[in-house]
Design a protein around this ligand. Structure first.
Ligand SMILES: Nc1ncnc2c1ncn2[C@@H]1O[C@H](COP(=O)(O)OP(=O)(O)O)[C@@H](O)[C@H]1O
Ligand SMILES: [Mg+2]
Length: 237
């Protein structure tokens, strides 16, 4: 079964209503990214700082208190280290500042490594990106699509193998996510989506359409799911 989204709403294409909706969508996505950025910064700066301060205090205490409680303090330091790491991961997921610092390529590698490590999932990654020609908002969209796609595999698919391809060719980027999991009934899920039950796939679809891209989802029960997205790189909006 297959859904090609961009063909569905052709009748709207030239109407004013449609451009209002597109602007609203764009505004909402921008607002959501801004909000995520704010939360990420606060998490990192506020909570991260406090955790680091507690860790330093515990280390000082460990030195003063001697052997008797050393083990217990060490245990707490390890917990704090885990919390620091979690806060770091959560803020990086909320705001992929890696995109700003190191570029989209590194951000994708970081994400894939994290998902692999946390979920014991085999992800075969094929990346062919030049980065230079990719505008910032495209980078964020590409990152969010991969993030949602992989989260869905982890949450729903019960898969053991994932193939992720991000290929830049001429003036187009193709993102391909395929898993060997349990698959799902696309018709049913899209019916539920239209009733507002799920937001993940809808979010992907909206982001892709805002960049004049195309999304194709195929899924077969007990076989797996494939998502293919093509985004043209030149701005023709
Ligand atoms: N890779 C996948 N494998 C199996 N089922 C999936 C996969 N991706 C999505 N689904 C199904 O589609 C539904 C909608 O996904 P989504 O819109 O991302 O919402 P959510 O992840 O919040 O449930 C999921 O609840 C799940 O049933
Ligand atoms: Mg989801």
């Amino acid at each position: 079964m297959k859904i090609i989204s961009s063909e569905k709403e052709k009748s709207f294409e030239n109407s004013k209503d449609s451009s209002d909706l597109v602007n609203l969508s764009r505004y909402l996505i921008k607002a959501q990214e801004e909000e995520r950025k704010k939360i990420a910064r606060e998490l990192h700066d506020e909570i991260g700082q406090i955790l680091t301060a507690i860790k330093i205090n515990l280390e000082l205490l460990k030195r003063k208190i001697g052997k008797d409680f050393e083990g217990q303090i060490e245990e707490n330091i390890n917990l704090i280290n885990r919390a620091i790491e979690e806060v770091r991961d959560i803020s990086l997921n909320l705001r992929p500042s890696l995109i700003d610092d190191l570029g989209l390529l590194s951000a994708i590698k970081w994400l894939v490594d994290k998902v692999k490590e946390k979920n014991n999932l085999n992800i075969e990654l094929s990346l062919k990106l030049e980065q230079k020609g990719i505008p910032k908002d495209f980078s964020i969209t590409i990152f969010r699509i991969i993030q949602e796609g992989l989260t869905n595999v982890v949450r729903h698919a019960e898969a053991t193998e994932v193939s992720l391809k991000v290929i830049q060719e001429d003036d187009e980027i193709e993102i391909f996510i395929k898993d060997n999991g349990k698959g799902f009934d696309i018709k049913q899920v899209f019916k539920d989506i239209s009733k507002g039950r799920f937001l993940g796939l809808l979010g992907i679809k909206e982001r892709v359409e805002l960049l004049n891209g195309r999304i194709e989802i195929k899924s077969e029960i007990q076989k797996g799911t494939e998502i293919k997205i093509n985004i043209p790189l030149e701005r023709n909006i």
